[in-house]
Design a protein around this ligand. Sequence first.
Ligand code: FES
Length: 233
Amino acid sequence: MKVTLRILRYDPETDKRPYYEKYTVEAEPNDQVLDLLNKVKWHEDGRLSYRRSCGHGICGSDAMRINGVNRLACKVLVKEVGTKITIEPILGLAVIKDLVVDMEPFFEQYRSVMPYLVNDEPPPIGERLQSPEERARFDDTTKCILCAACTTACPSFWASGQYVGPAAIVQAHRFIYDSRDRAAVERLEVLNNRMGVWRCHDIFNCTDACPRDIEVTKAIGEIRISIATGKVD
Ligand code: FES
């Protein structure tokens, strides 16, 4: 079948404003949208810029807006989106070129929640053990691949890039409820302000956008409860 791609192009060094460019490529129903971008880049227009690496929904590098919805290009098949596909960069981050955005503000928010295990108690012989139930408490948020699909689908983030954003909150959740960690109080303090968890308006865009099916809005709600009650359990 023939598929028409309408791709938002922009090179800040040469273009006054973004513009759409159309390409028609041969495709199979089970081709990924990423396959089609590769066809364009390798055979038609080598200047087209986008990030990709693993091709299998693991690295998180190819988040983009596909027919107006944040998706990973490697996880969307042609048969799911039809023969006319509009592709744009994710919103709320500056475009470096075409579909490549500046991820640094996103990673700055990520770093602000201390996304690593904190525990200065002497380690026991062997390893710091936890029960299957303790591990299950934060299992959902371990699935995050930092693709930014959730944060850049969030109107609160579009309104203010100062908002810490759902991805950083998910990463905080992963450690706050880890029985081996000792920095939950500090993380809750980081998130307890108007640019933290209270900026979320529960519209679930983040949950809908997550390619790993993480219950993002639920995780944000659990952190709010911990802040309000002072309990981390
Ligand atoms: S290329 Fe790695 S997640 Fe899509």
